[in-house]
Design a protein around this ligand. Structure first.
Ligand code: BGC
Length: 722
């Protein structure tokens, strides 16, 4: 009888608790009060179980009270396949998912609406797979083009990153799945990432490295954030009081969970007291984690207070309340036609036309009989590879398959591999050499010789660009340059398609080849989108999200010998002059500039106007510009608005992106494009006072089709802060 009463008690308690958690509340105060009530019912041991991993992507729950563990999962490319202990594949048949284009591809669309759709669909897939925290989006600034995760991240510009991050987060969380924005902060290289300490001046931190995180939290309302592996100013990011408590909780009012990167926790007391909530990692035994038995002991010893533990539990319950325990959750969906469409649309808008001097593109399909498709990347898939997050794609259309589908009935397509993209670095040989294969090149030349047109696919791949290591230089791997030379000599009608997630040295190709297309690790619909761009069904509209240097030494960290650091310290000597800010200010000609990308049509800009000539700091500058499609094809143009301030009290970049808009314009039509800049966005961060300052005086507004092709300019005046 006693037992029955006890189980009835537990049962009703469980029902009450779950309904307490599930109840929809109108405001956060009620939620907080409910959570406070629940926390009182949890024992210390149970609280500790909530604060560390108990599996590669999971945490403990409190069964007695019906509190589930958290289920997290990577990551930016789609919902990762299930794993066993560590990261070993579980080999299930139920864990395939949609493969979404990589981060720099999404950034190349310059289309925040697509970032929202990406997030929304990723959220639906996460829900279908019962993963309530998506370890995405990832958007560390592309400081050096060598960073192995450049492909995963967005761009070199804080404003572009922020606009995309906010929408990705909103999309994911529209499905009541928590976004986990990562990696907070200054995780801009993979070399020594577990130990390196970043020294960056406060102004660069605030103006370049933090804005997208700030926007993702304060505008996007991201519910979780991942601390980075590295240190900032000698403190690990996972125990960095300045980052986690002063900025994140204090200034940005973050309410959710700070999650460590996997294996990125380094202490119990410091991490606990300085703002980390949850320690994740993939190596058992989990009770030996800093936030397991050691945390329990530290609380018992009085070095970590119960209030600190309760705060962490509160953050966790608060996120559960919005996700796994959300009442009336949306329906999860996976591998749907709608998701396919999103992937296709992102891929189609991300592809960048770099050069089309002889108008070989779009292909004049009617007059072409034989196409030679050459290159390992034409048949390679990109959903898995290297070290780090991939996705077991339900399917992926390769470039060759896409072309065969679009052209196979009217055109003979012959394929030659040209090079082998197999890349297997090891501990003893971390950057194996990638020599040309003369036999494959010879076959390619024969295939090219007899074709009307050659489409030559080269670039990186998911083994070559990888988490955990940086590339050692920008050169094209696998003897691709030799292949390009040989094939182009055999057939001058050669179109070069480069697939990669980061800049490469394509200077010789730019000099010697007439036709160059840039594509990415572009998701399940990779080949379909590419084929449609090549045949002209889609007019390319991607714009580069980072500068391609003519020489690696021109890039700021390399020019200043400030990469990868010495004695595990890296000094960001370039300060705010990251990416195009450096190239423009120092008057260095890049190979291809930030924001660059051609179209099959042409756009004429005119009539740049502002709503008035002078502004108060609380106002917004409304700008209009006319853009005429003066060519034959309908096309999308990304209008980019840069601002400069001359005569400033502080060093300024030559120009900074402050607004952009992508518009579709029919041939012959003129669009009136509206852009708006809140005057407060013109502020610089004053590291002496810790304040954002809008300087009074004149600012130049520059509208262009890239950062270096400015079409119209005007001057406005701002009054300073009252
Ligand atoms: C990466 C994270 C990722 C985590 C879990 C780490 O190595 O840095 O981005 O989410 O692993 O896979």
């Amino acid at each position: 009888m006693k037992n029955k009463i006890a189980s009835w008690f537990v049962f009703s308690f469980l029902v009450i608790l779950t309904s307490e958690l599930n109840a929809q509340t109108k405001n956060d105060k009620t939620t907080d009060a409910k959570i406070a009530g629940i926390i009182k019912k949890i024992t210390l041991e149970e609280k500790i179980a909530l604060l560390h991993a108990n599996g590669t992507f999971s945490t403990g729950g409190v069964d007695r009270l019906g509190i589930p563990g958290l289920m997290t999962d990577d990551g930016p490319l789609g919902v990762r396949e299930d794993v066993k202990e560590g990261f070993g594949r579980a080999n299930l048949t139920t864990d395939s998912a949609t493969f979404f284009p990589n981060g720099s591809a999404l950034a190349a669309t310059w289309n925040p609406a697509l970032a929202y759709r990406y997030g929304h669909d990723l959220g639906e897939e996460a829900r279908a797979r019962k993963k309530y925290i998506m370890l995405a989006p990832a958007f560390n600034i592309a400081r050096t083009p060598l960073c192995g995760r450049t492909y995963e991240y967005y761009s070199e510009d804080p404003y572009l990153n922020a606009r995309l991050a906010v929408q990705s987060v909103k999309g994911i969380q529209s499905q009541h799945i928590a976004a986990c924005v990562k990696h907070f902060a200054v995780n801009n290289q993979e070399v020594d990432r577990n130990r390196v300490s970043v020294n960056v001046d406060e102004r660069a931190l605030r103006e370049i490295y933090l804005p997208a995180f700030k926007a993702a939290i304060t505008e996007g309302d991201a519910w979780t954030i991942m601390s980075a592996y590295n240190k900032l100013r000698d403190e690990y990011c996972s125990e960095n009081d300045y980052l986690l408590k002063k900025i994140l909780r204090g200034e940005w009012k973050f309410k959710g969970i700070v999650i460590s990167d996997w294996g990125g926790t380094h202490s119990t007391v410091n991490a606990a007291n300085h703002g980390l909530d949850l320690e994740m990692g993939s190596e058992p035994p989990y009770n030996s984690y800093y936030f397991a038995d050691k945390l329990l002991d530290s609380v018992k010893a009085g070095i970590v207070s119960m209030e600190v533990i309760d705060e962490k539990v509160k953050h966790i319950l608060w996120v559960m309340y919005h996700t796994s325990l959300y009442d009336n959750p949306p329906e999860g969906k996976i591998n749907t036609p709608e998701h396919t469409k999103t992937v296709y649309d992102i891929a189609a808008e991300s592809i960048v036309l770099l050069k089309n001097d002889r108008h070989l593109l779009p292909l004049s399909v009617g007059s072409i009989k034989r196409i030679a498709v050459i290159g390992d990347n034409a048949t390679r898939s990109f959903h898995l590879g290297g070290f780090g997050a991939g996705v077991k794609a339900k399917y992926e259309v390769t470039a060759l398959a896409g072309l065969q589908d679009r052209l196979g009935r009217s055109v003979t397509i012959n394929y030659a591999q040209g090079y082998s993209g197999v890349y297997k670095p090891s501990r003893t040989n971390p950057s194996p050499s990638t020599e040309p294969d003369s036999a494959l090149i010879a076959q390619a030349v024969v295939t090219a010789d007899s074709a009307d047109v050659v489409i030559l696919f080269i670039g990186g791949n998911r083994d070559y660009e990888s988490e955990g290591r940086d590339r050692k230089d920008l050169s094209l791997p696998f003897g691709e340059q030799q292949l390009v030379n040989a094939v182009t000599a055999a057939n001058s009608n050669t179109i070069i398609v480069i697939i990669g997630g980061a800049p490469y040295d394509i200077g010789r190709i730019k000099a010697n080849n007439s036709t160059i297309v840039w594509s990415w690790y572009n998701g399940s619909e990779n080949g379909n989108a590419l084929a449609d761009v090549l045949v002209g069904k889609v007019n390319p509209s991607g714009k580069l999200p980072f500068t391609f240097p003519a020489d690696l030494k021109d890039s700021p960290p390399h020019a200043l010998d400030a990469y990868p650091g010495e004695n595990l310290k890296v000094d960001y000597k370039e300060g705010i002059l990251v990416g195009y800010r450096w190239f423009d200010t120092k008057k260095i000609e890049p190979l291809y500039c930030f924001g660059y990308g051609l179209s099959y049509t042409t756009f004429d800009y005119s009539d740049l106007k502002t709503s008035k000539p002078s502004y108060q700091p609380t106002e917004s500058i409304n700008v209009t510009v006319k853009v005429k499609n003066s060519g034959k094809y309908a096309g999308k143009e990304t209008v980019q608005l840069y601002v400069s301030k001359s005569g400033s009290a502080v060093d300024r970049a030559e120009k900074e992106l402050k607004a952009f808009k992508k518009v579709m314009i029919a041939p012959g039509a003129t669009a009136i494009v509206n852009l708006s800049i809140p005057v407060k966005d013109l502020a610089y961060y004053d590291d002496k006072t810790g304040k954002w300052i809008v300087e009074p005086g004149q600012y130049q507004l520059m509208v262009g089709t890239s950062s270096r092709d400015i079409k119209e300019t005007t001057i406005i005046t701002c009054s300073g802060l009252p």
